[in-house]
Design a protein around this ligand. Structure first.
Ligand code: ADP
Length: 419
């Protein structure tokens, strides 16, 4: 089945065309046919399109709306799948899978999109004002281009965390705000954490009820997730993706009273405070240099920059704190710690620093495995005596979206076919 995976954000679109069930024997049966992205939507938009093992095609457009970028991308996609320039129809694609950031309390799993679902996603837009409107724009535009005959599936970032118990998702605020406005913790990066659980299961051959692990998604955005019997039972992001770990530009946990204090001292309004917490804090804010972990590590080692070191130290300490609290929450029954995303997959030194902080839990890395090559399907990097296995598993959110989409279409077809 050929699935177009679309991730429409407020300022960028990412896409992949994935052929599912292509390599049946492999841990990852999906094959990416083309992928790319459009960045800085609006003014001076840059669109990049890559066919594996070919040079990427890049263009700049002076004003690229979501709609324009989707159409440009589709023309490329179809000329490549069909080998013909500017194919008139979109018949090559079997279905579209959309990443949708917020599913609120309504969506506990991926869902076939229809008008009612669009309206329900729209109703969640207040909870994710930057993301859900762009997701809906993408869905609506795809519907107008492809027509109703090509099914579309919404895969929610929040859905995997729908299994969190009440005591993990409720804040210590007056209960009426939950009743009135659904203020609670939702958690994000769910598709990535779900992929990690799925891939760990494939690597170990364990049954779902024996999947007990702590997943660490460490990229620009960062979150930790406690997974028991294959389900999310706690995660570090909350009502929004701001809570929890220190991130590239997001503060993660702070004492909320700081906001009121800054309002009085600096005259900062809500928009400024929100911008400071989301865009000027985290690694960038502490270091005063950059949100990019690679650069910070280099500054620390080449120039002994004290604030680069401080930012990295806070980053690692925060991860250890969350791992320790989940470990206790799981009554010590976490069998594995899994690193993923840009920092988690690529930085042996950050993994080392975090695992050194967890030595009291019996976590020990094998230095050679940690600094060696990581397999696409995931590699174990802990030593034999480690009490908890440590893995690096490269995340694949697009693959997971394609898999969910293909599964929905197959189920729908099976239900329709006569006995
Ligand atoms: P996003 O959350 O935007 O998808 P990524 O998962 O790509 O981001 O992660 C980006 C982060 O990964 C950046 O901080 C980048 O510096 C970091 N990163 C990528 N490669 C390395 C590396 N080799 N060493 C350290 N950090 C890395």
């Amino acid at each position: 089945m050929i699935i177009l995976v679309l991730n429409c954000g407020s300022s960028s679109i990412k896409f992949q065309v994935i052929e599912t069930d292509k390599q049946e024997s492999s841990a990852n049966p999906n094959v990416c046919l083309v992928k790319g992205q459009a960045e800085t939507l609006g003014a001076d938009c840059k669109i990049k399109y890559e066919v594996p093992e070919q040079e990427a095609v890049k263009i700049s457009v002076p004003a690229g709306s979501i709609e324009y970028c989707i159409e440009t991308v589709l023309l490329w996609v179809f000329s490549d799948i069909s080998g013909v320039e500017r194919v008139n129809g979109y018949q090559d694609i079997d279905a579209v899978g959309h990443r949708v950031v917020h599913g609120g309390e309504n969506f506990k799993q991926s869902t076939l999109i229809n008008q009612t679902v669009i309206e329900a996603i729209e109703a969640c837009a207040e909870l994710a004002p930057l993301h859900n409107p762009a997701n809906i724009q993408g869905i609506r535009h795809m519907t107008s281009l492809l027509g109703p005959q090509i099914p579309q599936v919404a895969v929610f970032d929040t859905a995997f965390h729908a299994t969190m118990p009440e005591q993990a998702y409720m804040y210590g605020l007056p209960y009426e705000y939950y009743q009135r406005y659904k203020i609670r913790r939702y958690g994000f990066h769910g598709t990535s954490h779900r992929y990690i659980a799925h891939q760990y299961q494939a690597l170990t051959g364990l049954s779902k009820k024996r999947i007990n692990l702590i997943s660490l998604h460490l990229g620009n955005g960062c979150s930790a997730c406690a997974i028991r019997a294959g389900d999310s039972i706690d995660t570090s992001m909350g009502f929004t993706p701001l809570e929890g770990l220190l991130m590239g530009t997001r503060s993660g946990d702070i004492d909320p009273s700081i906001l009121e204090y800054l309002h009085h001292r600096e005259g900062m309004g809500f928009d400024q405070l929100d911008n400071m917490l989301n865009k000027q804090s985290g690694l960038l804010g502490v270091s005063g240099l950059t949100s990019d972990m690679r650069t910070l590590l280099k500054e620390e080692s080449d120039n002994e920059d004290p604030r680069a070191r401080l930012a990295i130290d806070i980053f690692c300490r925060r991860v250890c704190r969350y791992v320790a609290s989940y470990y206790v929450g799981m009554q010590g029954k976490a069998d594995a710690l899994v690193f993923t995303a840009g920092i988690g997959e690529n930085s042996a030194s950050i993994r080392q620093r975090i695992c050194t902080g967890l030595e009291c839990l019996g976590v020990h890395l094998d230095e050679q495995l940690n600094s060696g090559e990581i397999s696409e399907s995931g590699s174990k990097i802990s030593s034999l005596e480690s009490a908890i296995d440590v893995y690096v598993i490269p995340t694949n959110e697009e693959g997971m979206i394609a898999r969910d989409t293909a599964r929905y279409i197959k189920t729908a077809e099976e239900n329709e076919s006569p006995e």
